[in-house]
Design a protein around this ligand. Structure first.
Ligand code: GCB
Length: 917
């Protein structure tokens, strides 16, 4: 090493540089060992710690304030250019015109898509030689003019782009920057916004929602600012051994000079305390106007590896461009984590050789009242909550997120799935439409921009080339595959751009039984992600999901499989007494309220995550979604224009119960958390109390009296259930005390019980329905067998494959108590105090096709037939017409058993009211 160094140094000083001469320095290098070099040049004599890294060379200003804005779909380019912006609104960046379009009283469904105009006057910067305008992002398509001259157009809502404005700035005085931003949904394939994403269950906020900057380089020769928004310096971990790690660092240089020149490219690696770990340099000759790429290997002794959330150690890479007189004329600084990642189809994910199951969540980039125009504080808050829950990975859905997000994820140690916004469809029309050349070229451009811009981030483990882009043919039975060739091209391109990382893809529904997906996306990318919504949009058990996973693994034995999405909607004001007592309302149903109880979502997460966690071959999973997010196609739960599948509400204020399920499983912090805390006015006296806890044992007390203690081995996946807890009339304070290795963590909830009756809304999981007489009904509960069903098809699956039937319910003033049924052969086993009761059952005939005599059943109460041979249709005289039957019962054993026993067809019941005499 020293010989090489001395030779290079001598050459550099005496004869000037030649291309590709290189030298290196490490922490231990002393001037003394340089021998003859000492006398030659103080300027290149390294101090004990190696070369001093120079001060900033570039200058830059963030153009935040002073913008004028108007949202106007009819304004022409000419009129906008002629305008002084006088009547336009004053705004600062980041900005979007869709800030209020979700979850607020102003929420619009769908949200506003159109044209936004931004105008800024600014002074020509005095500093610098080459001057660039840099846009962090402009959604979706931006046309940019400076001083009336068109700089160009950028298509793509998420990636940064730059214009060299050196020759376009005013020599003195003001400059006028005008930006037209277009977030219209394209109706044909020929429009500028007919680019990825063409669809998606999220709002595409329009505007300049990231920073705009002026950047000035100190010299006409610089690291290439024209490299698709990238930093111009690109590093990978090439190898790691016990003694050292080898980094490969490519520097792209651009000469805007009129003269050829010789330069030195120095790459220094500083440790986290700022001390030099190693420095290498190479000389290069740059012809006037040329681009050159120079690669160098840097060996870092005993490298401190980036070990995810356990140890997110980062070095700092400093790339300097040095003139022959020793002046540093450009400099790029990048944080860099030295790490190796590996995915195995049977064993999962390995980080630096250590098996690390990826516990992840999906994340969109919006916030309440801001849309996409979020601040670094918002990002810190979101990532902080993700870490608080114990997740070690995040899927940045469905598009490139901000540089700050990637930087913070790297600092926090989160392993990132980064994604190209190729979402839902690839053509207009979605099914069978042609993938235009322009669409394809743009998808490639967005992929290259994303990869180059995020290349150096330690966190990024994989490049996803798309999400559910086979979805275009929902409902169609005509085979059509306009996606496979495109995916294959994107796969090749991603590997060409970055062979150090794996590619992935989020599949929609391959091999899901009812699905019409004509293209198979398995086997295309290096690893695979599957989005599956068992127990929500389809599927009736977690076991079905497990079998599906195993079948996919068997079909693609060499492709590591992860779960890129699963989840369920939930509203923190909607509750259920028994998550099995109804069917999910998964999407807009046309009903005034799309009921999405928090308890059902928790059940889905427990079931589905349990199925995932028990499979070693799954490399990781991402719960959809960490937060509720803006989606103008939705109207569900208790909020408008929002997808409700978040583990935390859109405002980040309420952690839903399921958040604590994951926290108990993933975090090392003590968690003892009673679920159902927001369901306070309870419908039933007898309840199962569920506690999420990672304690050694949990004790539950009711109004100060211990109910019982469960040890961790009596809990499944940190779910500890105290069964048949009997609430008292009035106030009930439940306290769970977790013993975490001797440390006691208490949680308490206050519930009240204001009824002595048991009233069950059969077949539904809406709790808290009240009849016209004020009687409170709980959701379906205490049932054994049968199927919950509703009269109006509600789920997305039903919308797709079923028929809506909106025939009104007759013969009642309480139609909501008759909107669902339990059907089949079933019983209710209801805990009751001993005594005498009056029982009223409510019925109607739900089946349009049922004829008189087509459904006959009897009802037994505690083994005695109370309703023999009931034919609801015959008794009611018409379809969907209510009848009720009342009978007395005596309870002597603490329970009432009602058996519904069909002799023809299935038994049905709509509601059950049991009142104490
Ligand atoms: C998906 C999509 C995602 C949706 C999600 C949902 O499969 O990838 O964009 O938001 O389902 O909530 O339905």
């Amino acid at each position: 090493m020293n010989n090489r160094y001395i030779k290079a140094l001598r050459w550099w000083i005496k004869t000037g540089p030649i291309s590709a001469a290189s030298s290196e320095f490490r922490k231990s290098t002393h001037c003394a060992v340089l021998g003859i070099a000492l006398a030659l040049a103080a300027s290149v004599c390294w101090a004990d710690e190696g070369p001093k890294v120079t001060a900033e060379v570039r200058t830059s200003q963030v153009l935040t304030q002073g913008w004028k804005f108007v949202q106007d779909d009819s304004l022409t380019d000419a009129a906008a250019l002629a305008s002084t912006g006088q009547n336009w609104q004053d705004v600062s960046l980041p900005h979007t015109w869709n800030a209020q379009d979700a979850a607020s009283t102003k929420a619009t469904v769908p949200y506003k898509r159109g044209l936004g105009w931004y105008r800024l006057e600014f002074d020509t910067p005095a500093a610098g030689v080459r001057k660039w305008l840099e846009f962090g992002a402009a959604s979706i398509v931006a046309d940019v003019w400076l001083n009336g001259q068109k700089l160009g157009q950028h298509q793509g809502a998420f990636t940064a782009f730059r214009f060299d404005v050196t020759d376009k700035l005013a020599a003195s005085g003001k400059n006028v920057l005008l930006v037209k931003v277009d977030n219209r949904a394209a109706k044909t394939g020929n429009e500028p916004t007919a680019i990825a994403p063409l669809g998606g269950d999220f709002n595409m906020s329009g505007g300049l929602y990231r920073d705009v900057k002026l950047v000035e380089t100190a010299a006409p020769v610089h690291f290439d600012l024209g490299d698709m928004g990238g930093p111009g310096v690109y590093a990978t971990t090439a190898a790691v051994t016990d003694s050292h790690a080898t980094l490969n660092v490519r520097a792209k240089l651009k000469s805007d000079s009129t003269q050829d020149g010789d330069y030195l490219i120095r790459v220094s690696v500083l440790d986290a305390s700022g001390r030099l770990a190693r420095s290498v340099q190479k000389t290069v000759t740059l012809k006037a106007g040329s681009n050159v790429e120079v690669a160098q290997d840097v060996a870092v002794d005993h490298a401190h590896l980036w070990q995810g959330v356990d140890d997110p150690y980062q070095y700092r890479l400093v790339a300097e461009l040095v003139k022959s007189d020793g002046t540093t004329i450009d400099k790029v600084v990048q944080d860099f984590g030295i790490r190796q990642m590996r995915f195995d189809p049977n064993e999962g994910f390995f980080l630096n050789g250590k098996h690390v199951p990826l516990h992840g969540v999906d994340l969109h980039q919006d916030a309440l009242g801001k849309g996409w125009a979020i601040s670094t504080h918002d990002i810190d808050e979101s990532l902080g909550l993700i870490r608080e829950m114990g997740a070690n990975s995040v899927r940045l859905a469905h598009y490139p997120h901000s540089p700050y997000t990637l930087a913070r994820a790297s600092q926090l140690g989160l392993v990132v799935w980064a994604e190209l916004p190729l979402v839902n469809q690839t053509s207009i029309p979605a099914c069978g439409g042609p993938v235009t050349d322009a669409f394809k070229a743009n998808a490639k451009q967005q992929l290259q921009e994303e990869i180059r811009q995020q290349y150096n981030r330690a966190a990024v483990a994989m490049w996803s080339i798309g999400n559910e882009s086979t979805q275009g043919c929902i409902g169609s039975t005509t085979p059509s595959d306009n996606i496979t060739p495109l995916l294959k091209e994107l796969q090749t391109l991603a590997k060409a751009e970055d062979s150090s990382r794996v590619t992935t893809y989020a599949d929609w529904a391959q091999d899901v039984p009812y699905n019409h997906q004509f293209a198979s996306t398995g086997g295309i990318t290096d690893i695979w992600g599957i989005n599956r919504y068992y127990l929500w949009y389809y599927g009736s058990s977690a076991a079905e999901f497990g079998a599906h996973l195993d079948a996919l693994h068997a079909k693609y034995p060499n492709q590591p499989i992860g779960i890129s999405e699963y989840g369920a909607g939930s509203a923190v004001t909607h509750h259920s007494d028994n998550p099995l007592g109804g069917r999910p309302e998964s999407f807009n149903t046309g009903q005034p309220v799309v009921y999405q109880p928090e308890e059902y979502a928790s059940y889905v997460h427990e079931q589905i995550y349990g199925t995932i966690a028990s499979r070693k071959y799954i490399w990781g999973s991402f719960a959809w979604s960490m937060f509720d997010f803006g989606s103008g196609i939705r109207n569900e739960g208790d909020v408008r224009g929002v997808n409700t599948k978040g583990l935390v509400t859109y405002d980040r204020k309420t952690k839903k119960d399921a958040f604590y399920f994951y926290k108990a499983n993933w975090s090392s912090e003590p968690v003892t958390y009673i679920t159902g805390r927001r369901y306070t006015n309870r419908a039933y006296a007898t309840v199962d109390v569920k506690v999420y806890s990672n304690a050694d044992s949990v004790r539950l007390a009711l109004n100060g009296t211990t109910i019982g203690t469960l040890t961790q081995d009596q809990c499944t996946m940190k779910v500890c259930v105290f069964r048949n807890v009997k609430l008292s009339p009035g106030a009930n304070r439940l306290t769970a005390s977790g013993n975490h290795g001797g440390r006691i963590v208490n949680d308490l909830v206050d519930w009240s019980l204001n009824t002595r009756d048991v009233r069950i809304a059969a077949g539904q999981y809406t709790t808290g329905l009240t009849s016209s007489t004020g009687a409170l009904f709980g959701s379906d509960n205490f049932f054994v067998g049968g199927t919950a069903d509703w009269l109006v098809s509600k789920s997305i699956t039903d919308q797709r494959y079923g028929v809506f039937d909106r025939t009104p319910v007759n013969g009642t003033v309480d139609p909501q108590l008759f909107s669902n049924v339990r059907r089949g052969t079933f019983s209710y086993d209801i805990p009751l105090d001993n005594g005498t009761y009056s029982v009223t059952l409510g019925f109607l005939e739900p089946g349009k096709a049922t004829a008189v005599g087509g459904r006959v059943f009897s009802v037994d109460a505690n083994g005695v037939t109370v309703l023999p041979d009931l034919d609801v249709l015959a008794a009611a005289g018409a379809y969907r017409t209510v009848i009720t039957r009342t009978f007395p019962v005596t309870v002597a054993s603490g329970r009432l058993k009602l058996d519904f026993k069909p002799s023809v067809g299935e038994a049905v019941v709509s509601n059950i009211a049991i009142t104490k005499n």
